[in-house]
Design a protein around this ligand. Structure first.
Ligand SMILES: *[C@@H]1O[C@H](CO)[C@@H](O)[C@H](O)[C@H]1NC(C)=O
Ligand SMILES: *[C@@H]1O[C@H](CO)[C@@H](O)[C@H](O)[C@H]1NC(C)=O
Ligand SMILES: *[C@@H]1O[C@H](CO)[C@@H](O)[C@H](O)[C@H]1NC(C)=O
Length: 788
């Protein structure tokens, strides 16, 4: 979303700023309570009463059709860009499509009566909770606060979140925005977050907000060793596309019911994603049935012509994008060059109509043509609904539930609240760093230092602070000696180190997994000074770091990963350290050693290749050395799992006659799955009952991750194992709970063949949770086929 280098770097942000300036100027008087400008305002224009697009008794489709039919081509093209112009003769106000809601309201003009918004942890940490309800609740809060900004005239209702690309490489600068490396987890995150954002309650007639599934597809490289996302041509196999890169987008569109999808900057197999008819029109709109608009990243259409020369002329770029099925251009190309492209016969006027229809239909579904917003369903949401105690508490809760305990030798954690503590490190008093990227202005901050001061107690509770390094780059070692002296006087040491946007961010991938600069020296010397006393290492970062040295260091008993934990991250960290919260987060990514950086970041293959010594990626395929596995995470208690009740065979009707591809990609031969097929498969649902016993001394929320291993695991590109389901359960110390997971053979045990079609293998599948395993045999009533 950050405008690209060169020309756009100078031109586009300026344009952005000018646009905000104009909006701010326009909106200034309205902060004082004057009437907002809205479409179909009969008080303002009596003629509107007779226009069908303003008639709320008609269907949205008829209304939008009427609206589009009134527009000239010149007017239409002004609606195909993020800063859509007003159409004065129909009293339709200008509209800015670009808002962000990755982990709180952002990319809006904070100020006046709305200077702040709740800032949640970055999704990579929130995902570590494996809590679907939490994801949904965060979506709801973002959309409630977004409505307040809209009702105050500050921002629109179209938010370009969430980011659901697969974090397949630990170096990627945007891991913070993602839900990690697993397609199943990312699909679930997309579904629940988007539903939370968009859907009010069961009675809502209008979308509360419009979300956006981005960036479609196989993106995952920002700027690595001279290769940037604008020029990157991702070489992707049909198999990887179908079972890794695309499933989150399909879930986001189909189960999440997202009103929008964004295509990325990169090419896939030679074609820019925003110019790929097979992707946008065939897959997203037809096969998946997107009800909404497709938007380009900023400024993907320009990139096609000016960066890569994929499109020889500006009009070709506009035509390529429109003909592929793009409806809205973040940027200005479609406003500037669509009329020319139509005149030259490069694009049909009917496709322009269709794009304009798609964008207005979403504005209609948001209630923007239903008269005064104040009189509508979400019209009463206001300033008092932003930064509420409940919203801010949810931000803390998300951080609590996400934090992952990686090491706890001798159960050093939790620390007594009544202890002298030295708090050391470049992230120890972090504020803005806790917000990662795509951040708004938070309601408040609670830094780790402030949290440890506030949530400890007792006569001996005292906190000393030493930065150790001025920032995460840690280029100088001159403050290490003072950190060492601080550590020497305390009864316990909490080191808060890690990364920040300086090392990992949009447009910046890492080239090393090591902690930057002198951080390791700092940790080593502080641990030496604190020998014999508790040393807790807190890693504030999104992408994994090579932490082998600390994992193997007996002087460092405990390690916590806290992601970028949001506005009140310090509270959650302190509550975990002092035992007010029992950590239950699980890593959503594999942690690799530095050695992993030998492989090219641009290799998009998920599967290993022995001929080239390519080790493959993620827990599903990689067999090399890891520091921590996907799903790893300790607790202050211990859990024991056993399969209580589960079938040993499952009989599935043969489905070979309905060859289809639910994750339909460019595989030409496959058909979309029919209703009949879905039903055939769902008739084979079965339950798995798992007993979980808390055999430790503390109550906790425990996440069960149920994996399956298919008969051909490790061969023909079949994953070594694959997450099939997950759920959390609260268990008191000494108690046992039963968790029931319902599985569907096709949905949860399917694999993908080399040509991209999904299949279910006959034979022995191993289900596993923790150390517990269960054997399940899949049989077909007709043995002739397993593909579906
Ligand atoms: C315009 O529409 C006509 C009729 O459907 C079609 O034959 C032609 O290929 C279209 N042109 C473009 C550039 O899509
Ligand atoms: C920690 O950060 C807060 C917020 O920026 C600041 O007010 C405070 O002075 C800092 N504390 C120390 C000890 O530097
Ligand atoms: C367990 O999770 C629920 C919601 O998911 C939360 O309300 C509760 O506080 C959690 N309990 C503990 C001990 O973490």
């Amino acid at each position: 979303m950050v405008p690209m280098a060169r020309k756009i770097e100078t031109l586009f942000p300026l344009q952005g700023r000018m646009c905000w300036l104009i909006i701010i100027l326009l909106l200034q008087p309205f902060h004082k309570g004057a009437a907002l400008e809205y479409a179909c305002n009969f008080d303002k224009d009596d003629n509107l009463k007779s226009m069908r697009f303003c008639d709320t008794s008609l269907s949205d489709e008829i209304r939008v059709f009427d609206l589009v039919s009134r527009l000239t081509l010149e007017e239409k093209v002004t609606q195909l860009v993020n800063t859509a112009s007003a159409i004065p003769r129909l009293s339709i106000p200008a509209y800015e499509w670009w808002q962000e809601g990755l982990h709180g309201v952002a990319h809006v003009s904070f100020g006046g009566s709305l200077p702040r918004a709740t800032s949640f942890p970055l999704p990579i940490l929130t995902t570590a909770s494996f809590n679907k309800d939490l994801w949904n609740q965060i979506g709801q809060v973002v959309s409630t606060e977004a409505r307040a900004f809209y009702n105050d005239g500050i921002a629109g209702l179209t938010y370009w979140s969430p980011v659901i690309n697969i974090a397949r490489d630990p170096r990627w600068g945007r891991i913070q925005e993602t839900s990690g490396e697993d397609p199943y987890t990312t699909s679930a995150y997309a579904t629940h977050f988007v539903q939370g954002m968009q859907e009010g309650d069961a009675n809502s007639k209008r979308l509360k907000l419009s979300a956006c599934c981005k960036h479609f597809t196989a993106y995952d490289v920002d700027n690595w060793e001279g290769i940037d996302r604008y020029h990157f041509d991702a070489k992707v196999t049909l198999q990887d596309l179908a079972d890794t890169y695309n499933p989150p987008f399909q879930s986001c569109v189909q189960e999440g019911r997202s009103a929008s999808l964004m295509c990325s900057y990169n090419k896939v197999n030679g074609v820019p994603t925003c110019a790929n008819y097979d992707f946008l029109e065939n897959t997203v709109r037809r096969a998946w049935g997107l009800n909404g608009y497709i938007v380009s990243d900023c400024d993907s259409v320009l990139v096609m012509h000016e960066s890569t020369n994929y499109a020889p002329t500006t009009e070709d770029a506009a035509a390529d994008a429109l003909n592929a099925g793009l409806d809205l251009n973040c940027g200005d190309y479609l406003a500037s060059y669509t009329e020319g492209a139509v005149a030259m016969g490069k694009v049909n006027a009917s496709r322009v109509d269709n794009a304009v229809y798609n964008v207005f239909l979403v504005r209609m579904r948001l209630g923007m043509f239903d008269g005064n917003p104040a009189n509508q369903e979400f019209g009463n949401i206001g300033v008092a609904d932003v930064c509420t105690p409940a919203h801010q508490e949810l931000a803390v809760e998300a951080a609590r539930q996400g934090i992952v305990l990686l090491k706890n030798d001798g159960n050093i954690l939790p620390l007594s609240k009544n202890i002298n503590t030295a708090v050391i490190g470049p992230n120890a008093n972090a504020t803005h760093t806790m917000l990662g990227n795509y951040e708004g202005i938070p309601c408040q901050y609670i830094t780790p230092l402030q949290g440890l001061v506030k949530f400890g107690s007792g006569d001996y509770h005292k906190v000393w602070f030493s930065e150790g390094c001025v920032n995460t780059a840690c280029q100088q070692d001159d403050q290490i000696s003072s950190a060492v002296s601080t550590a020497a006087v305390a009864d316990a040491v909490v080191l808060v180190v890690g990364l920040s946007q300086v090392q990992e961010s949009e447009a910046l991938d890492r080239t090393s997994l090591l902690l930057p600069g002198y951080q390791q020296t700092l940790i080593d010397e502080v641990a030496g000074a604190a020998a014999g006393r508790p040393v807790v290492l807190v890693l504030m970062c999104a992408g994994p770091v090579d932490i082998n040295f600390a994992k193997n260091d007996k002087r460092i008993q405990s390690i916590l990963w806290v992601g970028y934990p949001g506005q009140s991250g310090g509270q959650a960290i302190a509550e975990v350290i002092f035992g007010a919260h029992n950590p239950g987060g699980k890593l959503p990514m594999s942690w690799y050693p530095e050695d992993y950086t030998k492989i090219s970041m641009t290799n998009m293959n998920m599967r290993p290749d022995s001929r080239s010594n390519y080790p493959g990626r993620t827990y599903r395929f990689y067999t090399g050395e890891k520091i921590y596995d996907f799903g790893y995470g300790l607790s202050y208690t211990e859990y024991k799992h056993s399969f209580a009740l589960a079938p040993t065979t499952v009989m599935t009707p043969s489905i070979h006659s309905q060859l289809c591809d639910p994750h339909q990609t460019s595989a030409g031969s496959s058909l979309p799955c029919s209703q009949a097929h879905q039903e055939t498969c769902s008739s084979s649902n079965f339950d798995v009952h798992i007993n979980v016993e808390n055999i430790g001394a503390m109550a906790g929320n425990h996440t069960l991750l149920l994996f399956f291993t298919a008969p051909s695991a490790g061969k023909n590109g079949t994953p070594l194992k694959q997450l099939a389901a997950f759920d959390s359960v609260y268990i008191r110390s000494g108690s046992q709970e039963k968790v029931v997971l319902t599985l569907n053979p096709c949905q949860h045990l399917g694999t993908v063949a080399e040509d991209g079609t999904r299949m279910l293998e006959a034979g022995n599948h191993i289900l596993s949770v923790g150390d517990a395993k269960h054997s399940l045999s899949v049989l077909f009533s007709d043995t002739s086929g397993a593909r579906y």
